[in-house]
Design a protein around this ligand. Structure first.
Ligand SMILES: NC(=O)c1ccc[n+]([C@@H]2O[C@H](COP(=O)([O-])OP(=O)(O)OC[C@H]3O[C@@H](n4cnc5c(N)ncnc54)[C@H](O)[C@@H]3O)[C@@H](O)[C@H]2O)c1
Length: 317
């Protein structure tokens, strides 16, 4: 299979690239390196089945060049940060909606299948927990969530008007090596600069599902094998339990071997970490489990593993 991974130099994308390369696929990566790092995929440079293209989804010609000859596109390039939308309202529209529109135009031209990295934030503050895929109405509470929902809607329109085969994966919080954003990264960085006090955004009671990146990669691979089954498939992908932010803070402190750290909860609007932060998230994953996928770890184990890996890989930082 010849595949294109957009955002392949980023956190999740680079793990997907590793798995695809290890399975013997021909892999092209399109990434503008705005957040991704060449080091994440450097080990494949020079490999005959690997092609890296530094390019931007906002430039349609870059997409066409990268997509030529591909059968499947894994579309992960995006702004993944909910918080940015409060500072700059164009980011989610441009990097998520417009970028996805440009991608879909090329997909239409080349007739390839798409697996899309969506998010649990499309559900907003769901009153059904765990939340199933058919929950509605979907009322995202952030521009990030809104932009991902807009991308889903565009994919649905292209699937039905132009016969595109697509799978949408609504991911819970993903953790693991190479992650350069999110709660673990934030806590470790803060504790490295001040090991006595840890500021916790929100009131610390925000409860969410955390998934180890290897499980997410499995879901992408499974999705690509099932692309032909239907024009549009939607699956939740998450662990089957939650962990609260204060517990994550304690895990990070323990794993760093620190003692007597004072936790300062910043409070925030209704205890949220930031404007647009969903306070509780747990996805119903029974649908994707019926396809043979299941998470290998629970939230706490996923977080612990991710903290250990992060500390090990950034020891000199
Ligand atoms: N990390 C999570 O917890 C999580 C949860 C749910 C959904 N997602 C989604 O999964 C995907 C990957 O997230 P991640 O955590 O690996 O983020 P990331 O920032 O590590 O990866 C995104 C990559 O996309 C690239 N990129 C951004 N805009 C681009 C553009 N216009 N053209 C080309 N490349 C561009 C960046 O350089 C980066 O390498 C995103 O779509 C994100 O919304 C992530």
């Amino acid at each position: 299979m010849r595949v294109l991974v957009t955002g392949g130099a980023g956190f999740i994308g680079s793990h997907l690239v590793d798995a695809l390369m290890e399975r013997g696929e021909e892999v092209a990566v399109l990434d503008n390196l705005s957040r991704g790092r060449v080091e994440n995929v450097a080990k494949w440079f020079g490999h005959e089945r690997f092609k890296f293209m530094r390019g931007d989804l906002l430039h349609p010609s870059d997409i066409r060049l990268a997509m030529d000859g591909c059968e499947v596109v894994f579309h992960l390039a995006a702004n993944p940060e909910v918080r940015l939308g409060a500072l700059d309202t164009r980011v989610d529209y441009e990097q998520n909606v417009l970028a996805t529109y440009n991608l879909l135009e090329a997909v239409r031209e080349f007739g390839v299948g798409v697996v899309f990295a969506s998010t649990s934030t499309v559900y907003g503050e769901a009153d059904v927990i765990p939340t199933p895929e058919n929950y509605g109405p979907l009322k995202p509470i952030s521009l990030y969530g809104a932009s991902k929902l807009a991308c889903e809607a565009l994919i649905s329109g292209y699937a039905h008007m132009f016969g595109l085969n697509s799978v949408i994966l609504r991911l819970a919080n993903v953790v693991g090596p190479r992650c350069a954003h999110g709660v673990i990264y934030d806590f470790v960085m803060k504790l490295r600069s001040n090991p006595n006090v840890l500021e916790v955004l929100g009131d610390g009671t925000q409860r969410k599902s955390y998934l180890y990146v290897d499980d997410v990669v499995d879901a992408f691979l499974l999705a690509s094998r099932n692309l032909q089954q239907d024009r549009l498939q939607v699956y939740n992908v998450g662990s089957e339990d939650q962990v609260d932010v204060l517990s994550i803070a304690k895990i990070v402190v323990d794993e760093m071997g620190l003692k007597d750290v004072a936790f300062r909860c910043a409070g925030g609007l209704e205890g949220r970490g930031w404007v647009g932060d969903v306070k509780e998230m747990l996805l119903d994953v029974s649908k994707i489990k019926k396809m043979g996928w299941r998470p290998r770890s629970r939230s706490v184990e996923a977080v612990k593993l991710a903290v250990r890996e992060f500390l090990r890989s950034t020891q000199t930082v």
